[in-house]
Design a protein around this ligand. Structure first.
Ligand code: PRX
Length: 701
């Protein structure tokens, strides 16, 4: 039996105490040219955001917005962990992102749409045009659909400008939008629509991806069917056509339910809708994300605190000025897109690029051609995209004449080697880079360097952002000290304006998931007793820079996107013949992690090949292509504890050729050797130490 090499001897040693072998990288300093023009170049900011000035320091962010009524209480923390921000204040998010910029910027691009087909012209939508279109759509939502403040609408759309236009139209009326990533399946969208109680869904007919037209309307029919199965009737499906008057889908429109937006809008031309003055605490949107249970949870974000937080962080950390051309290559269907394509940049009167396609189509030079064509000077993407572009076109950036002053990475840890390519080749050593750590739940950044003030350190997210006070705890709730080289669970000690309000319709889940692990006194009314548990492992270097190791729960981060193992397993269990399923992450050179599925068949089932294929198609239809597993292994049995719990961690170790640790206490220890044989074709050989998140995979329930 293999013996762990990496654990300090002693049975009580927990994973959180594993020492992390990591060489801290040298600092890289931001260029003087960047510092000279940065929004945040005064070091006095650190003083203003010291803990002694919390929570009033966040007035600085809220004051960047236009309020209909100023707030009277910055933070009401009297009912932990249900924080209230800017209490008494009233504002409208759409007004802040559109109307208020008209006097100065009406003729400036708000959104710049880059279609995937390179011969289709780029579309520039000015603030005036955005204002006109958002008003018209708001009129459709209100007068054609009968929607009102507080109603929910599910928007399942690809990266076309009508997506942010629809979101802003909702925000104008105080309708809570729930955007589902366009790459998710119709079934996934339908379940989310049902959970949110949406009776209207908004779609596009199709879009271009990888040189082909994707039939997106087909998902709408499936979504409606699944929402209805869950007890939620969908009255209306509004369908944006990618090309006006031309229908890209093979699916017929359903009479009395489906409507083309371009047809309906004819009756609403130039209609104006007054923005509804919303309480700062009114929900702005829901964003569903995966957690430790099978059912995705609707993270509910508030209007005032969220908008203040993304505006402040976009200004100081993304360095957006109105004259910049800012391109975040994420999808608006994820939180990054909400905060840092739509709300943050538009609240600052920025020009935000929306790209429909994939970055490597038709070749890996496409992003750099776009950058040159539009004079993009702020670029924002994920380590997965960086790795992919580096692999497929390492020398492409040199061919194009663009200049980034600022670049961001988000969503996953970035290894120093990829960081250096990003800095030297993509950024031509001219850009300040921020590695931003945060989550769907958080609204905006939690750790990042201040681009003009802090040196960068490849592979480290950096210090906490302004007004955020993290702490790393071990499993026993003891603080893990800076410089100890030990990993632990990163928590945030204080509330902040961007944090979600609750899980939609599930306060209990909100408290349990994020606030009970390290809360010493559930009766306490003092926020100091309620640290936010992020479910990420982290190490703190002596200089105060955090290195994020990855999830400590059963969430797999595929290309920067979260998938719950239980979600995937539940889908696998619907395939006939499957008795048990376990899903674990495997290291993937490009995507960071991918799911690998282990299946035990029911007695008498022998057509394993059929099951394998059905697993793949089932995951694609129930969740989306993003959940496509790297491998499906049919095994005789799954490793289990004596109480019957499947030991995913053992499977994760085998999958990644890592040490399984002591398995003698399992109910079926023999199965471990069998699985090594079946999967790796060998006995238990430890090839590599493996990344920290895999050692800790599934540790926290
Ligand atoms: O594990 C962390 C990882 O992504 C998770 C959050 O995923 P999601 O809610 O989809 O939001 C992604 C974009 C905000 C985190 O729990 N993560 C995010 N950013 C980083 C990161 N890991 C390392 N470094 C980052 N910069």
């Amino acid at each position: 039996m293999a013996v762990r090499q990496d654990v300090v001897p002693g049975a009580e040693t927990t994973e959180a105490q594993i020492a992390v072998h990591w060489k801290e990288e040298e600092y890289v300093y931001p260029p003087a040219k960047f510092i000279g023009q940065a929004n945040l170049s005064d070091p006095a900011i650190a003083e203003r955001f010291q803990e002694k000035n919390f929570p009033e320091c966040f007035r600085e962010y809220a004051d960047m917005l236009t309020w209909d009524k100023y707030w009277h209480t910055t933070l009401d923390a009297s009912n932990p962990p249900f924080w209230k921000w800017f209490v008494g204040g009233k504002l409208n998010a759409c007004y802040n992102c559109v109307d208020r910029h008209l006097p100065k910027y009406k003729n400036k691009a708000a959104l710049i749409f880059v279609p995937e087909p390179e011969d289709e012209p780029v579309a520039f939508i000015t603030y005036q045009e955005l204002y006109t279109r958002v008003n018209e759509v708001a009129a459709v939502l209100r007068d054609f659909c009968g929607l009102k403040t507080g109603d929910r609408v599910t928007i399942h759309m690809p990266m076309i400008p009508e997506l942010p236009i629809t979101m802003l139209a909702c925000a104008r009326l105080g309708i809570i939008h729930s955007v589902v990533f366009g790459g998710f399946s119709g079934e996934a969208a339908g379940l989310r629509a049902a959970d949110s109680g949406s009776r209207v869904m908004i779609y596009a007919d199709g879009y271009y991806r990888n040189g082909k037209i994707a039939d997106h309307k087909a998902s709408a029919d499936i979504a409606v069917e699944h929402a209805e199965k869950e007890g939620q009737k969908i009255d209306k499906v509004l369908v944006w056509r990618r090309h006006r008057g031309q229908y890209l889908s093979a699916k017929p429109m359903v009479e009395g339910r489906d409507y083309f937006m371009d047809d309906i809008l004819k009756d609403f031309r130039l209609r104006k809708v007054d923005p509804v003055s919303m309480d700062a605490e009114a929900p702005l949107f829901l964003m569903y994300t995966s957690g430790t249970t099978g059912k995705p949870k609707g993270c509910q974000h508030r209007t005032g605190g969220y908008l203040a937080y993304v505006t402040g962080t976009a200004k100081y950390y993304q360095d957006i000025h109105p004259e910049d051309v800012y391109w975040c290559m994420a999808d608006i269907g994820w939180i990054t897109g909400h905060s840092y394509i739509v709300y943050g940049p538009l609240a600052l009167a920025g020009s935000s690029v929306i790209f429909e396609g994939v970055p490597t189509y038709p070749d890996a030079g496409r992003p750099w051609r776009i950058a040159e064509q539009l004079a993009v000077n702020i670029f924002h993407t994920s380590p997965t995209a960086i790795r992919m572009l580096r692999k497929t076109g390492p020398d492409e950036p040199k061919k194009y004449n663009y200049h980034f002053k600022h670049m961001t990475t988000v969503g996953e840890p970035i290894e120093p080697e990829s960081w250096r390519w990003y800095h030297e080749v993509v950024g031509k050593r001219e850009a300040a880079i921020v590695d931003t750590w945060w989550q769907t739940e958080n609204g905006g950044f939690l750790c990042s360097t201040k681009p003009a003030l802090d040196p960068m350190k490849p592979g480290s997210a950096g210090p906490p952002v302004l007004g955020i006070f993290p702490i790393i705890y071990d499993e026993q709730g003891k603080e893990v000290q800076a410089g100890s080289g030990r990993a632990g669970n990163i928590c945030i000690r204080n509330p902040w304006p961007g944090i979600m309000q609750t899980v939609w319709k599930d306060d209990e889940r909100f408290v349990k998931q994020y606030y009970t692990k390290y809360c010493k006194n559930r009766e306490s009314k003092d926020w100091h007793d309620w640290p936010y548990f992020a479910s990420d492992g982290a190490v703190l270097a002596p200089d105060g820079y955090y290195r994020i190791l990855g999830r400590v729960d059963d969430v797999i981060n595929v290309a920067g996107h979260r998938l719950g193992t239980k979600e995937i397993e539940s889908a696998c269990l619907t395939v006939p013949g499957v008795a048990e399923a376990a899903v674990v992450p495997v290291v993937d050179e490009i995507k960071g992690r991918m799911p690998v599925v282990y299946i035990a068949l029911r007695p008498g089932v022998s057509d394993g090949k059929r099951v394998e294929q059905e697993i793949v198609t089932t995951l694609e239809t129930m969740i989306g292509k993003i959940a496509r597993p790297k491998a499906v292994h049919i095994v005789t049995d799954l490793p289990k504890t004596r109480s019957g719990k499947i030991m995913r961690r053992v499977l994760a170790a085998i999958t990644n050729s890592m040490d399984t640790g002591d398995v003698t206490t399992l109910a079926n220890p023999d199965v471990v050797d069998q699985i090594w044989q079946e999967v790796q074709g060998t006995g238990p050989v430890v090839k590599k130490e493996g990344p920290e998140d895999l050692k800790r995979f599934g540790e926290v329930e």
